[in-house]
Structures are given as C-alpha cells and as structure tokens.
Design a binder for this molecule. Structure first.
Ligand code: NOJ
Length: 559
C-alpha cells in the first residue's frame, strides 16, 4: 500500500538486529529459523525495541550466510517458508515492531537464475546483468584489472564456458551485478516494491556504496590487500542510481533505508544522506570501528581519543542528516572485551549502553549485546566457519611463520565471535537448539544467558530495558544539541545534550582505573538530578567526584 508521507518514524526507533541463523532454532536442525524468531517476539517487545533489522533470510546457498542470494522473492529453506515470514511480520506489527530487511543487491549468488543464464553464453539476454570481461596477457588468462576481492585474492574469476572473467568484489560465488544496465536497476526496484507490498518497513542496504564502477574498469592504486576502492566506492553514477531507486521504490512508502557505508567518512556523509537528496535516509559509518583496528582487521590498542573524535564529528552532522548508532553487528567481534576489561563485564556493557544511547541518532542492539555476550576465549582455527576467517587462515598456511600472528588476529577480530548462537538459557546448547548447532556455542553460556539476565534485577538486559524506555519520546536525546567536553581526558568521554533550557551531562569512564571529574564552571549554578548510572553509589546530585572503573552517569541539569 503506497503512502505518500514520510513520517521518518526511524528517528524515534530503537532497533534490534537479528542474525537469523544464530538466533533461535525451532525445529532442532541446528540452524536458527523464522518460527524461532516468532517464539521470541514477546521477548523483543519486553526489551522495548521498536524495529528489527533482519539479516538476509532469502533463498541462498550460504557461501556467505545469506549474503549470497539465489532468489530474492522467497525464503531460505532452512529458515522456513514465505507463510512463516508473513506470520512473523504480522506478529511484529501487532507488537508495534517494524521490520527492515537486508537488501543485498551489489551482487547475487552465482546460483541465482540470472547468473546461470548470464554465464551460459555471450549472447544470452542476461549476459549484461553481470560484469564480464576478457582476460589480459598473451593467453588471456590474467584478470582484466588488479582489483581485489574484499574476501582476499583477485576480484575476478575465470569462467571457461565463455572464456571470460566475471567481477566479484566478495566471494567468487557472489558475482557483482551490472548496475549500468537499466534492466538490473528496474529488477532491484521491483524486488523492493515486492517486499514493500508484503508489508516491510524498509531496507538495510548491503555494501550499497559499491554499486557504480568507474567506466572502463581501470586498475586501482597498487595495494596487495585491498585494491580498487577508489574506482567503485561512490562511483560515477552512484547518486543517480540511488535517487532513481528512491523514486521508484523507497519514496513510495513510509519506509526507512540505512546504507552500509563502506568508504564513507564524515566529510562526504552529507552528500549520501541529506534528506533533500532523496537517496538513503541514513548510513552505518565504520570509522569508529577503527579505534582499535587498522583497516578494521589488524588489531591495535583501543584509542579513546580517536573514538571520541569520530563520534563527536558524526554528531555534528547538519540537521538534514541522521546518524545510526551501533557498536556491534554480525561483521565485528563483540564489544566485550574490545572497549573494557572482562572482569568488569557488566559495568563496561552498561557504560557503553549509556555512552551510545544518549547520542543523537537511531540506536541498534545486536542480538546478544543486551546480555553482554562476549568473544569466545581460545577460538581454534578449526572452529572458524566464516568464509573470511577461513580464507585468511588458508593464506597463512602458505607462509607458516605467519600462522601465530593470524591466529592472534582472528582471536581478536574474527566475525565468527558475533555469529555464535544466541544464549537463551543454561541448558544444553544454550537453549538455542535441541539439535547440533551449526556453529559452536560460547562455553560461557551457563553464566551469560537471557534466562539468568531476566531474573537478575541488576543485569545488563534490565539496564537496556530501562534505557530503551528512557529514550523513547525523549526530545533532548532526539533533537538536542551535542557538545563534547574534556576531550583531552585520557579516561573519560564526556558530552552534553541540550534542548531549550534543559541539558543532559553524560560522563563515561572507559578505564579500569578511577578518574577525576570536576564540575565545569558553567554548570556550577545549575540544579542537577541523576537520570541513570551503572553504579548504585553514584550520588543523586552532581558533585566533583572520583569516577569509578567503567562508571557512567547522566544528570539532567536545569536552571
Ligand atoms: C556486508 C555484510 O554485512 C557482510 O556480512 C557480507 O559478507 C558482505 N557485505 C557481502 O555481502
């Protein structure tokens, strides 16, 4: 049903991301499914979230866990049927929860019918749905250019049927679609409209910034690991294609779109999400994910100053732009222990919840974050199932001295950490399945699980419920100005939010040592009232104080 008014409901929403394979298995095959999600809708409602981002649930051979789609209009066999999906969305809507689906259209699976046709002959009508080129070199066996796949190796795969290469910026089972072909762009709009008509409320657009490639596909600047970015990140026709898709689909519904913002920095963000451009509503930036990693993969010490600068620069986006606030998703390790010591698990998780949720933007909770799920200690190479981890380990095996370094890096950075099954209770397999889980369960599930968290008044879960309530309808959080204070402080992240004559002062200690907080002069005359904190000892009115390890508090300040 078309609606011509954009209410921009997402500005008041709290999102929860579900990675369906690992969320809840209803039929004992060891793989999460849609009936499993349905069985947890009351849990989600009780948590106080108002929208779900569902990672892909379409038909897929699962080379990249659903991010390789073989049929955009149907549900993956292991997850259930379209009828299950309809029951799920009805159940969400009845509970006031919106559903945003993953839209993976930079590439398809090589098992999609379009690609099967495309690879069959050079004059097939679907040939031009993908990007095919003859090879270089004397015998034509050298890839057409030097671009690399984000999953390692060349971005080109030779196909002997037609003696040409096809482009795949991810795995070779994920061929890139040719967006310069108007038929492809119409197909994408049709897919969006198909799901809109079935009731979805929006899309999270996977690697959307890669869709337009530079004409002629020239070589990229030499880089042995990641090469070619400057030739396809926000390529020459990106804006034109996004605006067109917006007009053909997104703008016809009261929808929201959030783009995966690879390569987007705060300096070009406005050109991607400003409302009057009518392209995307918001994006996920990954700049803050580099505060403890080089190129998001090579671990380095967490740099609080960098973290603060990045968040503060995004908070300064003009009013016609909107932020997405997240610290976890299925592509990154858990925030515990990235940003604080595990001995202080509860305090760190609650401190992070305060720090992120009092900023301006739409917050996302990734499944398990609300109970403080952690990385797996001592992950063994044989336990990795993610294609990226496996590829990296395979490369290391060619250079044995590299193996210990790679094992160390994967222990810190592997995507697998976020993809282990959700921990529901202390029973076998954490209550995720009665069968054999598709991926190992974190052995700490006996202590860290939903059942235990619901029963513990002081749990991270109950803290999230409190924050979610506090956030909804809160005008200072939604609309207030943002000012960072004490930027040079090496332990504290301090900022204010202000609207009319009210202010929130947010103080978060990112250190396992105590920190000193002195009331800034301009606040000394103001009345203060504690809004929330993660230690019972936090005073009810603002004082010069010793901030305890990972302590976080928010005061409301008024005249
Ligand atoms: C980004 C997704 O979040 C990630 O999981 C996936 O592997 C790539 N895009 C390729 O689709």
């Amino acid at each position: 049903m078309t609606k011509d008014v954009k209410t921009r409901w997402y500005k008041d929403a709290v999102f929860y991301q579900i990675y369906p394979r690992s969320f809840c298995d209803s039929n004992g095959d060891g793989i999460g499914d849609i009936q499993g999600i349905i069985s947890k809708l009351d849990y989600l409602k009780d948590l106080g979230i108002t929208a779900v981002w569902l990672s892909p649930c379409y038909k897929s051979p699962n080379d990249d866990n659903g991010y390789d789609i073989s049929n955009y209009r149907d549900i993956m066999d292991e997850f259930g049927t379209l009828d299950d999906w309809k029951q799920m969305i009805d159940g969400m809507h009845q509970r006031g929860i919106k559903l945003v689906m993953d839209l993976v259209v930079n590439h398809t699976s090589d098992e999609h019918e379009w690609f099967k046709q495309s690879r069959s002959s050079k004059d097939n009508p679907y040939r031009d749905y993908y990007i095919w080129r003859p090879g270089r070199g004397k015998n034509g066996k050298k890839p057409p250019n030097n671009w690399t796949s984000r999953f390692s190796g060349s971005a080109w795969e030779y196909d002997e049927t037609t003696n040409e290469f096809y482009l795949h910026l991810f795995s070779k089972k994920q061929p890139d679609l040719n967006w310069d072909n108007p038929k492809v762009r119409q197909e994408v709009a049709d897919i969006c409209n198909y799901w809109f008509e079935l009731g979805v409320d929006g899309f999270r657009c996977d690697v959307i910034t890669y869709i337009s490639k530079t004409e002629g596909l020239p070589d990229g600047k030499f880089n042995p690991i990641i090469c070619g970015d400057e030739k396809f990140v926000i390529g020459p026709h990106y804006h034109e294609y996004m605006h067109e898709l917006n007009q053909r689909a997104f703008s016809k519904y009261d929808s929201m779109t959030v783009g995966e913002g690879q390569g987007i920095t705060v300096s070009n963000a406005e050109s991607i999400v400003a409302e009057d451009r009518e392209e995307l509503d918001c994006i996920f930036t990954f700049e803050h994910q580099e505060a403890d990693a080089f190129m998001t993969v090579i671990p380095k010490k967490f740099n609080l100053k960098k973290w603060k600068s990045i968040f503060s620069s995004w908070q300064a986006l003009p009013d016609n732009c909107w932020n997405s606030l997240f610290i976890e998703n299925h592509d990154y390790p858990r925030s515990l222990p990235r940003y604080g010591k595990l001995e202080y698990r509860k305090y760190v998780a609650k401190m992070l919840a305060i720090c992120i949720n009092f900023m301006k933007g739409t917050p996302y909770i990734y499944q398990g974050q609300e109970i403080g799920m952690t990385n797996i200690a001592g992950f063994k190479p044989k336990d990795y199932v993610d294609i990226v981890s496996k590829n990296i380990y395979k490369i290391a095996k060619f250079f044995p001295p590299l193996i210990p370094v790679v094992v160390w890096a994967l222990q810190k950075r592997a995507r697998d950490h976020a993809r282990v099954p959700m921990q529901w209770n202390a029973q076998e397999n954490a209550g995720f399945t009665t069968g054999t889980p598709w991926m190992m369960v974190n052995p700490n599930y006996k202590k860290i699980n939903v059942e235990e968290s619901l029963a513990d008044e002081d749990s991270i879960l109950n803290f999230y419920k409190k924050i979610n309530k506090l956030r909804l309808g809160n005008k200072i959080i939604k609309e207030g100005g943002y000012t960072e204070l004490m930027h040079d402080n090496k332990k504290l992240f301090v900022y204010t939010r202000e609207l009319d004559d009210k202010k929130y002062l947010v103080v978060c200690n990112y250190s396992s040592k105590c920190a000193t907080f002195k009331i800034p002069d301009e606040f000394k005359e103001l009345k203060s009232n504690l809004v929330i904190s993660n230690y019972p000892s936090t005073p009810t009115v603002l004082q010069n104080t010793k901030v305890l390890p990972y302590e976080a508090f928010v005061y409301e300040l008024t005249k």
